[in-house]
Ligand binder design. Sequence first.
Ligand code: HEC
Ligand code: HEC
Length: 494
Amino acid sequence: MTQAKIGVRVAGLIMAFTVAVTACSGGAGGEDLDAQLRGVIDAHGLAGDPSIGRDLPNIEDPLAQLGMMLFYTKGLGGQQDSACVTCHHPMLGGGDGLPMSIGVGAEDPNLLGPGRIHPGGPLVPRNAPTTFNSGMWDAVMFHDGRVESLGKTPLLNGDDGYGIRTPDRPLGYPDVNAGPNLAAAQSMFPVVSEEEMRGFDFGTEIGNTGEALNGRVRDLLAQIIGGYGEGGGVLSPNGWPTEFRTALGSDAPVDELITYSSIALALGEYERSQVFVDTPWRTYVAGNDDAMNEEEKHGALLFFGEAACSTCHVGDFFTDEKFHVNAIPQIGIGKDSGMYGDDDWGRYLETGRSEDRYAFRTPTLLNVEVTGPYGHDGAYPTLEGIVRHHLEPQKAIKEYDFGAVDPSIRVSNAERYTQAALEQLHENRSNGIYSVRNVDLTDDQIGQIVAFLLTLTDPCVRSRECLAPWIPDDSISDPDNLRLNAVNAAGEDL
Ligand code: HEC
Ligand code: HEC
């Protein structure tokens, strides 16, 4: 045999081997797989990075730094036992790792994540969404969209001049106090929520309710932080005026400098600096075929194709920012709905439209690996669980083990509420309202979809070192000595 012939035979063997390997994984392989996926990426107009074209702050910016100090202080809690970070810690995926959050009255206020206990069970009716990539929302924030941009202009985070509606105003009307963007507008509400931060007495002494009470609580908090008026002297020490002067570059008197609006603005800038979009998926979309393996690529094809996930999880931020009834099991105390007030009717609470009953906003899927448990009430501890639910809700509910839900969380009507949500899903489907549809996939295919979802993680969110700029250490001033230095159930620093 000549040298040339041997070469040909070896090449032939390699080719045969490659074909066999790709054939085993089913469907298109190698270059075909990439060609197919790149066709899909083009057809969907994806860039792999939802931050492109946005004006977002850097964590080193003075206002984001001030926002970080505010985000971590229990001084914004009416009982000084709860801070924003209580439920949105960077090391817990920008959430709290619990199905439903625990705010005021925890056994140990500094213990975050699994093991955080409220005697009698959690009082917060929903799962804490991640604050990561807060600057990417352009239409609505919260599971029920109760903070809503009236313009919804892409890339502007609500800062488009049409105004932002908040729960302080009727649906469709702008709130003049909302601030410049959705993140700032949202930051006005956790502090007035009694179970999240306010506690049950703070600000109520003059018998206010509703919007008036909210305004009163925010004014009082601004006075406490600013050390003026009724709030003067509550914090000791109080280094906030100095910090606000530096961050805002202003010498204005404290009662002008430190208002709840400037507090909310800074909190929003801290959240908007949490840009975590550098995923393997982005690298792949940018042109590197090696950034994903075959299983993940098959998962992407299913996600954008047969499984139709991308019809709701749209675009580079993986959400249409709209509301859909998925009938995720309603396991715990819900929000002010139904005869006993412990069901959760989701978007219906804002719009009153029957098809919105049990509808919740489509979440982003960026960094979904670290933002569990999943669903608006954290009903699914695993990604596989919530993916299977989407593919056949009725079967998933039938198999859902309500008995395994932590008894301190479970409400007695959990199964009944879940059935009602399922009926709403069926009704919406038969009325032609776009909803999840049943898709018959093999276990391998479901595994591929989950593998694809894991390519949506920015490695930074798994690294304490990489997240360090968003977690204040001793070098960052602690203006009121009320910083929440978080620990986990094992007593380790987060
Ligand atoms: C006790 C836990 C808790 C505390 C404390 C808390 N949050 Fe939240 N946060 C939640 C929950 C639960 C939701 C979802 C509520 C809903 O949608 O009805 C939420 C929603 C959000 C959202 C919306 C995210 C999205 O995807 O729309 C942002 C942003 C946010 N919180 C920021 C903050 C800030 C800023 C503070 C402090 C001022 C704060 N949170 C304090 C639990 C908490
Ligand atoms: C009809 C719209 C729609 C389709 C199609 C859809 N989803 Fe969803 N998805 C949602 C909504 C709405 C939620 C939130 C439901 C809730 O919280 O009650 C959600 C939640 C999720 C979550 C949980 C995220 C979190 O942070 O809690 C994951 C993961 C997810 N979807 C993945 C998928 C996958 C994978 C597919 C395709 C198999 C898919 N979705 C198809 C609308 C949809």
